[in-house]
Design a protein around this ligand. Structure first.
Ligand code: ADP
Length: 490
């Protein structure tokens, strides 16, 4: 059984771990997928934003067509190198004349016809003087002639309307993309944008590097942090469902383990209960057997003192048996309402005296009883039950102490009743055990000792106190003693 439970334990824990592992892996791949999807979309948006920005730059130039003159010459040559390989070279030369700057006009407006005439003259005059911006490059590595041509066009665009971080940033912001943008010069020409996808899943970033003027090796780097919250939001229901399912399954498995543990404990309890019960019942039965054999002996019966002793031993053994059985009967009640109460009013001092006298002391113990209860104190309770409560507590005080024990019993009036205190100078109970001693079958260290008991006494006492609507508590210090307090409402 033990081995089976252990195996089940290990299997359940392995199942939980395997399931959690699978769930984590599945969620991870789902997250990766959503992240990739988000990156694809962001990459397309950035690419479109760059195209849009190029268009805006050309638009800006054409809007100034009356004052801006751009004169470019594009040249592409195909040659053969010494190894017979075709090489491609391009040369661009662009001159830009900004009329408004030459006329010193700062505001945005159309030019008057006079200004236009003046401008035409200035343009013609400055055409010779204006220095052209040139670039030439070996573009053999370009994927096509078209790519080489667009590189030349990009150069022209850069001269007439330079690429700025602010410009592209404002377009990206409109598309809800916040990015760190920087311009840089590369060693070689990138004919296609390079995108670096997330390297970390906790702080994912997408980095896109693309040329805006290939011939000058000028590139822009758009580095966008990807908001994880957005990705998680996109996963939404999947994530929630996975979490709920995992939690549900884990709870089921934990519940299963707890039930198994409970059943095992119950099984152990049942076995130890049967063992202790047999052990406990053996004593009065052995005494009874001895007494009956004594009664059968005519010679012994002739001695009146011996006869009295046999009769008293028989009575004690039968009382013990009756007490065990009533304890067992009451303890099996499921709720305190099922315990019948016969409430009467009686003198508590007298009851304690009677009970103390009825206690059979083991031969190796000396006990002193101190009854400090006021002699005239009347209490309303079930007399038999209250005497059982006190007997159990006194018996425990004697059982769990050294050879000499002093049992002090006193009472206090409380707001709603009477508190009876039974104190001893015995072994005491550790703090950790104090809240467990009222559990059925709990015996603490006593279970490994020779001290007789079934671990039912205090559970029985608590049951009877509860039936009266009262309370029981314990204060104890190890090696000094314990005080049990019972409050009986009046
Ligand atoms: P039992 O005496 O049959 O073991 P009880 O329910 O009466 O069962 O007591 C439960 C446990 O509480 C005991 O086994 C013992 O460890 C502890 N206990 C009870 N009364 C005392 C006491 N007066 N002093 C020290 N320990 C006690």
């Amino acid at each position: 059984m033990e081995n089976k439970i252990k195996t089940l334990y290990i299997l359940s824990i392995t199942a939980i771990l395997a399931f959690l592992g699978m769930q984590a892996y599945w969620l991870y791949t789902r997250y990766e997928y959503s992240l990739k999807d988000y990156e694809d979309r962001a990459e397309t948006t950035v690419a479109n934003a760059l195209i849009e920005y190029d268009r805006a730059r050309s638009r800006r130039s054409s809007n100034q067509s009356d004052t801006l003159r751009v004169m470019s010459s594009f040249n592409m040559n195909h040659d053969m190198d010494s190894l017979g390989k075709t090489i491609r070279k391009v040369t661009v030369s662009t001159k830009v004349i900004r009329g408004k700057d030459l006329l010193n006009i700062k505001e945005k407006r159309k030019l008057t016809s006079e200004e236009m005439a003046k401008l035409e003259k200035i343009v013609l005059d400055s055409l010779e003087k204006t220095e052209a911006k040139r670039a030439s490059l070996d573009v053999t590595s370009a994927p096509s002639d078209g790519a080489a041509w667009s590189a030349m066009k990009n150069f022209e665009l850069e001269v007439q309307s330079p690429f700025t971080v602010v410009g592209i940033d404002s377009i990206l912001k409109k598309e809800n993309i916040r990015a760190d943008i920087s311009l840089k010069e590369t060693d070689s020409v990138l004919w296609k944008p390079i995108s670096t996808r997330h390297s970390s899943i906790i702080y994912p970033r997408l980095k896109i590097t693309t040329h805006y003027s290939e011939l000058e090796h000028k590139a822009v780097v758009v580095d966008c942090p990807i908001p994880v919250s957005e990705i998680l939001k996109e996963m939404g229901w999947t994530l929630l469902l996975a979490c709920i399912l995992s939690l549900f399954l884990i709870l089921c498995l934990v519940w299963q383990i707890k039930t198994i543990v409970k059943l095992t404990r119950l099984d152990k309890m049942r076995n130890s209960f049967i063992t202790t019960m047999i052990h406990e019942l053996k004593r009065p039965i052995t005494t009874l057997k001895m007494c009956v054999s004594g009664m059968d002996n005519d010679k012994m019966m002739e001695d009146s003192q011996l006869r009295h002793e046999v009769a008293s031993e028989t009575r004690i053994a039968l009382d013990n048996l009756a007490a065990y059985f009533s304890k067992l009967r009451d303890i099996t009640f499921n709720n305190v309402e099922q315990i019948p109460l016969y409430i009467t009013s009686f003198n508590l001092h007298q009851l304690v005296d009677e009970v103390s006298k009825s206690i059979a002391l083991p031969s190796n113990k000396r006990a002193t009883f101190e009854n400090h209860i006021p002699e005239d104190l009347e209490i309303s309770a079930d007399r038999t039950h209250l005497s059982n409560i006190i007997i159990n507590l006194i018996e425990n005080a004697i059982k769990y102490s050294g050879q000499d024990v002093t049992v002090r019993i006193n009472s206090e009036s409380t707001v709603d009743g009477i508190a009876i205190k039974i104190a001893d100078n015995g072994n005491g109970i550790s703090i950790g055990n104090q809240n467990k001693i009222f559990d059925r079958f709990y015996r603490g260290n006593a279970s490994t000792s020779e001290i007789p008991g079934m671990g039912l006494g205090l559970a029985y006492v608590k049951l009877l106190v509860d039936a009266h609507g009262g309370e029981i508590s314990v204060e104890s210090t190890e090696s000094i003693g314990s005080t049990f307090t019972i409050k009986i409402p009046q």
